[in-house]
Ligand binder design. Structure first.
Ligand SMILES: CC(C)(COP(=O)(O)OP(=O)(O)OC[C@H]1O[C@@H](n2cnc3c(N)ncnc32)[C@H](O)[C@@H]1OP(=O)(O)O)[C@@H](O)C(=O)NCCC(=O)NCCS
Length: 189
């Protein structure tokens, strides 16, 4: 499967503590309640709450066309949905996609759920299925938990820069981090 092809909606990638499966229309309310929460929004550059209509448009024009791959993360012990991981913006020159993640504000923190889910997407799907060479991520410098998750999976800091936040005229310090998926062969997170 190449970047640009839609993923099988029934695909599942399973680890020790979590499994991930592609998002669908029925995940909309749950996903937006996470994405629009203060916990998540303050860590993103785009801080305008996302409406149901905007999200459905995104599903139709990005996800269903294979331009974005987005997965819901479930705990294996309870089958409870706890977060989301995604790839977007394929760069054909670098054979690379931008990766990201956010957890539910109610998910247990610091117990490795996000790290394992991200590893499943980056390596089991991004490297093994899509054949990507590289993943990139932009992270607020103050987001220590996210930087830690990325570093543990082999991302390295490429540069630090000021990036605008929307809406408003503000900007934040951010890191561009890059993971060489072909070189790294992470089995545990
Ligand atoms: C960032 C986020 C995904 C991490 O989720 P999580 O389930 O806590 O992640 P994990 O448990 O897999 O790993 C977190 C790691 O960060 C560490 N950590 C947590 N808070 C930290 C802090 N303030 N300083 C340093 N390290 C910290 C944890 O100890 C853990 O590392 P360890 O496994 O070596 O102990 C989650 O907090 C989140 O969704 N935040 C809001 C949205 C967001 O920031 N998304 C990322 C945008 S780039």
């Amino acid at each position: 499967m190449r970047p640009g092809s839609p993923i099988d909606p029934g695909a599942v990638f399973s680890g020790e503590k979590v499994y991930i499966r592609p998002i669908g229309v029925s995940d909309t309310e749950m996903l937006l309640s996470w994405r629009n929460s203060e916990y998540v929004i303050r860590n993103f550059f785009y801080r305008k709450p996302i409406s149901r209509e905007e999200h459905l448009n995104w599903l139709e024009n990005k996800v269903n066309k294979g331009l974005v791959y987005q997965f819901i993360v479930f705990r294996k012990d309870t089958d409870e949905p706890v977060g989301c991981v995604y790839f977007q913006g394929y760069d054909v020159n670098e054979n690379s996609m931008e990766s990201g993640l956010f957890m539910s504000p109610d998910a247990p923190r610091g117990v490795g759920l996000a790290g394992e889910a991200y590893r499943l997407m980056l390596f089991d799907f991004g490297k093994e299925v899509l054949g990507l060479s590289e993943a990139t991520a932009r992270i607020l410098c103050e987001n220590a938990a996210s930087i830690r998750v990325h570093e543990k999976l082999g991302f390295v800091k490429k540069k630090e820069e000021s990036l605008p936040v929307y809406p408003g005229n503000g900007s934040v310090r951010a890191l561009l981090m890059i993971c060489d998926l072909q070189k790294n062969n992470i089995k545990e997170a």
